[in-house]
Design a protein around this ligand. Structure first.
Ligand SMILES: [Zn+2]
Length: 210
């Protein structure tokens, strides 16, 4: 957001923010549904329900670089900057997700390919440096927010920055609490033995669980 905002100026911060959030919207809906409607415990939500084929497909659509690129190209063709920056911002979100997802990696090239890049680092999993990665990520968000804050004249925008930083802090607290004492035996993922393979890991995980 900070980088794109510096390029476009303040007028397009809304589509840039929208593009930054767009890839994770299926995950927000997934959590609201499984927690609020199905009333599944949190660990089961992230270890099992998350790998159901329907939700994996929804997450893949949200995190698809080709689809976000198509939005940006459509914007370029019809001369609509909102679509251009929405698409570019969504692509940046996916590029930032790539190095911080291990066994829960997304299919960023869906529907062209089901390839998943299995990073040795995770933004949450303590078995893959999650405690440090989450802090580093939050630190970067704080720095970017400080830059944006000084260039931002609208209080609505500043409120959004406060909300983003607060939600990062809450997410770190939530995941540390949820995955404390996490070991291979008590929080292994479905078919975690495949996690070194970088191709179609989650797809096979998903189909085996449901
Ligand atoms: Zn994401």
């Amino acid at each position: 957001m900070a980088a794109l905002g510096a390029i476009t100026g303040p007028d397009l911060w809304l589509p840039i923010l929208g593009g930054a959030l767009l890839p994770d919207i299926p995950i927000f809906i997934f959590y609201a549904w499984t927690k609020g409607v199905e009333k599944i415990p949190d660990r089961t939500i992230w270890q099992e329900a998350y790998y159901r084929p329907f939700w994996q497909a929804a997450v893949a659509v949200g995190h698809s670089i080709p689809l976000a690129g198509a939005i940006a190209i459509t914007g370029q063709i019809i001369g609509e900057p909102v679509l251009i920056w929405l698409g570019i911002s969504a692509i940046l979100h996916s590029l930032e997700d790539l190095p911080v997802h291990n066994h829960d990696a997304h299919r960023h090239f869906f529907p062209i390919s089901n390839y998943r890049f299995i990073s040795p680092f995770s933004y949450w999993d303590p078995r893959h440096y999650g405690r440090w990665v989450s802090l580093a990520e939050w630190g970067l968000v704080l720095i970017a927010s400080a830059v944006l804050w000084s260039n931002m004249s609208s209080w609505a925008g500043r409120l959004v920055l406060i909300l983003i930083n607060s939600s990062y802090g809450f997410a770190i607290f939530y995941s540390r609490n949820l995955w404390r004492n996490c070991t291979e035996s008590n929080c292994s993922q479905p078919q975690s033995s495949e996690s070194n393979s970088s191709v179609e890991v989650g797809k096979s995980k998903a189909s085996s669980k449901v």
